[in-house]
Design a protein around this ligand. Structure first.
Ligand SMILES: Cc1ncc(COP(=O)(O)O)c(C=O)c1O
Length: 396
């Protein structure tokens, strides 16, 4: 990957650090300023910067835990990141896996319909590698069944569904500013929400669960009245952690946001060069590209073929092309060792039973696990290099 942090970003950072008097470096007004800028860019009213996308996942489900019954079911896809599943597991919810739609790489609407039970409370949808994962039917199923939609947009900043940015359809959305993503603050993340109650909870859970972080006086007064013997500056409302960002990350994020739309446009042009030059007899080129904010090329074999897969990887290695097999998150989360460990160590249910799901019951996700890759796409990637990659992939 080309360097995601520019000389200009570093200069802005140096200017910030060399101010006299010295600037505050812990979470302060630069973080607040970036939260506001992010809210305007995205179109969400409440935004909270944290130190990673996984922290955003974690405090989202810690907040949801306060309002949903113990063990409530959360629909998740197998193609996502580990922290999406761990946030669900570690907050006492029951993950229910749902297969993916091969055109969007996100939750499949028909399988979603089959997986909804009276215990389902949340759909946690991941927009994979720049693709929009939403459909009208998914939104309607959420609405009709009174389900909270949480969007993980850590890999799809700027993607749209019907012209509207993803991350604005659900009650809550999570973003990551990890070094390799569409924009970066080195490490960082955001929780964006339409719900003021979730926002207040996340404010506290970002900072050790501390009451003083809430900005709603009614919430504060309730705790102060209930715990009159405690110093109101040190009331811990939950067993939480420190997920705060520093000012340094916010200064970088502020500068990076200025380039985000322009960079996304260039990445999308690269994406179409890639798709138009890929052999559609061998690879899937018929994904839903509308609204894509491409982050990585996603060659996926049309047919399962382990020999062709190995040959393709040999060729990519030979030419020094970096790739990751399995799309996001190393492929199907169902195949990862932590799932079995969780069931054994914590006696938890997955899909309503005390047994790991069979990955073969999720054939579309499992196909991507074995026969799909991602290859980095960055804004200044030259057309000739993209064509070189497709030539290698298409080679007989
Ligand atoms: C879909 C998804 N969710 C969450 C995360 C976690 O983000 P972070 O690496 O910032 O913790 C990632 C990381 O790449 C991701 O791809």
């Amino acid at each position: 990957m080309s360097d995601n942090i520019s000389k200009g970003d570093l200069n802005v950072l140096v200017d910030f650090l060399s101010q006299d008097p010295q600037p505050i470096l812990t979470n302060n007004k630069k973080v607040r300023q970036f939260e506001e800028e992010w809210g305007s860019w995205l179109g969400m009213p409440n935004n909270l910067m944290v130190n990673s996308g996984s922290s955003a996942n974690q405090i989202t489900f810690l907040a949801l835990r306060q309002m949903l019954p113990e063990g409530a079911e959360v629909i998740v896809p197998p193609i996502t990141w580990v922290s999406d599943i761990s946030a669900v597991l570690q907050n006492g919810f029951t993950p229910v896996f749902c297969d993916i739609n091969p055109k969007t790489l996100a939750i499949d609407e028909d399988d979603l319909l089959d997986k909804i039970t009276r215990k389902t409370k949340v759909v946690f949808l991941t927009h994979v590698l720049g693709y929009n994962g939403l459909t009208d039917k998914i939104l309607k199923l959420c609405e009709d069944n009174d389900l909270i939609l949480v969007e993980d947009v850590c890999e799809s900043h700027g993607a749209t569904f019907k012209g509207q940015k993803v991350g604005t359809f659900g009650e809550i959305s999570n973003f990551s500013y990890y070094y390799a993503h569409h924009m970066t603050s080195i490490e960082g993340g955001m929780v964006s929400t339409t719900d003021p109650e979730i926002y207040q909870l996340c404010r506290m859970f970002r900072s050790h669960g501390m009451l003083r972080e809430a900005t709603d006086d009614a919430i504060k007064q309730e705790y102060i009245n209930e715990y009159p013997d405690l110093n109101s500056d040190f009331i811990f409302t939950e067993a939480a952690y420190n997920f705060r960002s520093t000012e340094i990350n916010a200064v970088l994020a502020h500068n990076q946001l200025k380039r985000l739309d322009g960079n996304n446009k260039r990445r999308n042009e690269n994406h179409y060069t890639f798709i138009n030059n890929l052999n559609s007899e061998r690879f899937r080129t018929d994904l839903n590209h509308e609204g894509n904010s491409n982050y990585a090329f996603t060659p996926i074999l049309n047919e399962p073929d382990f020999a062709l897969r190995d040959k393709t990887e040999e060729r990519l290695n030979k030419y020094g092309i970096e790739f990751r097999r399995g799309l996001s998150g190393g492929g199907s989360q169902i195949r990862q060792p932590y799932i079995e460990k969780y069931i054994k160590n914590f006696n938890i249910k997955i899909n309503g039973i005390y047994r790991a799901p069979n990955p073969l019951d999720y054939p579309k996700a499992d196909h991507c696990h074995h026969f799909g890759w991602y290859i980095g796409n960055y804004p200044d990637l030259e057309e000739s290099k993209i064509k070189h990659i497709t030539e290698i992939l298409n080679e007989d």
